[in-house]
Design a protein around this ligand. Structure first.
Ligand code: GLP
Length: 242
């Protein structure tokens, strides 16, 4: 695992964008796993800027959402589909997001995993980390061999999305997620964490034992993982190589 500590969230966003652009320059038809949340917003802003000014071209690359809510209409406010519509404007050839309103969410998310596999797998998967250690919607308790599935969202995760859905009561109880095994199958992984509220879980994921209680700790089993942290998110680690 590689860990790079940068000054602030904007610097993390710029560096993340540089890495994504590098992957697409090396392989224009790259398949990218893409996260939602507040953390990657600076990265998406930068990717949009670079696409607009012509310094990057995503016209052959494909993106895939790594998770989505279930039980609400496709593109409802608060969904990942709506997030990508608003923020992922870098001109990807295609961006696949599972339908949060699908009548059979289990089949829907398995179809997502099948599509990723059929496309040759992720060349690069970008991840955030939940305050409880989740990656995509692999909540605490998720084993390293979990596959794409419907999950019950934890109270912590539902609270984190209350604003987007217009209140906690409106946050769906269920989510669809690629499994830990699907994420770890990516050829490269880029994990972003910013802010002091992620410091404890980042230290635990990077320096603690690999365990289902902290799903992000499973990333230690992958040879090509880069964590990009800002200083506050790195503050609880015993050591960094930065
Ligand atoms: C969400 C998403 C994750 C994301 C995480 C962190 O619930 N399912 O993919 O990485 O929580 O979000 P944030 O960056 O807003 O802290």
């Amino acid at each position: 695992m590689q860990i790079r500590v940068l000054d602030d969230a904007e610097a993390v966003g710029r560096e993340a964008a540089t890495i994504v652009c590098g992957a697409v320059r090396a392989k224009p038809a790259a398949a990218l796993g893409l996260p939602t949340g507040a953390t990657p917003l600076p990265m998406y802003r930068e990717l949009g800027r670079r696409a607009r000014d012509g310094s990057a071209d995503f016209g052959e690359a494909t993106g895939y959402a790594i998770d989505e809510f279930a039980g609400v209409p496709f593109y409802a406010p608060g969904t990942n589909a709506e997030f990508f519509r608003a923020h992922a404007d870098m001109g990807l050839r295609a961006l696949t997001v599972p339908d949060s309103g699908a009548p059979d969410p289990d089949a829907e998310v398995r179809a997502l995993a099948t599509a990723v596999e059929a496309g040759g797998g992720f060349d690069l998967c970008v991840l955030g980390i939940g305050a409880n250690g989740h990656i995509a919607f692999n909540e605490p308790g998720s084993e390293v061999d979990t596959s794409a599935r419907v999950v019950e969202l934890t109270a912590t995760s539902r609270r984190a999305h209350a604003a987007g859905f217009g209140g906690l009561a409106r946050v769906p109880a269920l989510g669809m997620t690629l499994g830990v095994a699907d994420l770890v199958a990516s050829r490269r992984l880029l994990v972003l964490a910013t802010g002091a509220e992620k410091a404890a879980i980042v230290a635990s994921a990077i320096e603690g034992p690999m365990r289902a209680e902290v799903p992000a700790s499973w990333l230690q089993s992958h040879g090509l993982v880069l964590w990009l942290l800002d200083r506050p998110a790195a503050a609880a680690m015993r050591k960094t190589d930065a």
